[in-house]
Design a protein around this ligand. Structure first.
Ligand SMILES: [Zn+2]
Length: 228
């Protein structure tokens, strides 16, 4: 297949437009144009160093926690977060982008596997796909680590949390996740958890607690956006 034809096919799946402002991308840009990168990700071409550990997960054995950008209700990132929820192909592509940025820095000990935050099966049926899994798939591909989706499940369909207080969210999420007993052994491993958006950290804490109970030694976190 001639390369230009392949490229055209590819552009049908991944249109070469900035997914925030929708202007055409130029050579060297991928997914988000340079202007939006400056406006919404603080001009960082690497992951945004943040306070996930201090603010949300002080008692977890966290090695590294990164967010691509900070998220405010009026910012352009709302568009990116929405598109990732709506479009599996975009979510995977953004995940690959995250993975390329993640891979610029090494972690010690190295990551053993990539695990997305699971979605309850009722919600999954309704939505069609789990955006965290799509992000994690792209990320795992970029960093060359296995994606593991069989180990965890969300057993409680937690209600919409937007209007709840931090305490209510923690209470709801606390027992919402469980290990399935399936998948590879995670004992002593370093797991990279992937989610699309961190708001209170309640979900990450709940999932982290389940993994630690199952013998995971270290956790890291990669997320698309972090609310401030
Ligand atoms: Zn743009």
């Amino acid at each position: 297949m001639p390369f230009h034809f392949f490229k055209e096919l590819l552009s049908l799946v991944y249109p070469p437009y900035c997914i925030i402002c929708e202007i055409p991308l130029v050579e060297g840009e991928s997914i988000i144009c340079t202007r939006c990168t400056i406006d919404y990700t603080h001009g960082n071409t690497r992951l945004y160093e943040n306070h996930i550990k201090e603010k949300f997960l002080p008692d977890q054995p966290l090695i590294r926690a990164d967010a691509l950008c900070t998220y405010t209700k009026k910012g352009g990132m709302t568009k990116l977060v929405r598109k990732v929820k709506e479009d599996k192909a975009i979510a995977e592509k953004v995940g690959r982008h995250l993975g390329l940025l993640w891979a610029k820095h090494t972690t010690n000990p190295p990551i053993n596997m990539v695990v997305p935050i699971p979605m309850h099966h009722t919600k999954l049926r309704l939505r069609g796909f789990n955006q965290s899994t799509a992000l994690a798939r792209g990320l795992a591909h970029s960093i060359g680590k296995p994606l593991v989706t069989s180990f965890l499940k969300k057993k409680v369909n937690t209600e919409e949390q937007k209007k709840q207080t931090k305490e209510q969210r923690y209470r709801n999420q606390k027992n919402a996740f469980a290990a399935t007993g399936n998948g590879p052994s995670i004992k002593g491993k370093h797991i990279l958890l992937v989610d699309d958006l961190i708001t209170t950290g309640a979900t990450l804490k709940a999932v982290g607690d389940v993994l630690l109970e199952e013998g995971v030694a270290h956790l890291s976190v990669a997320t698309l956006a972090l609310t401030i």
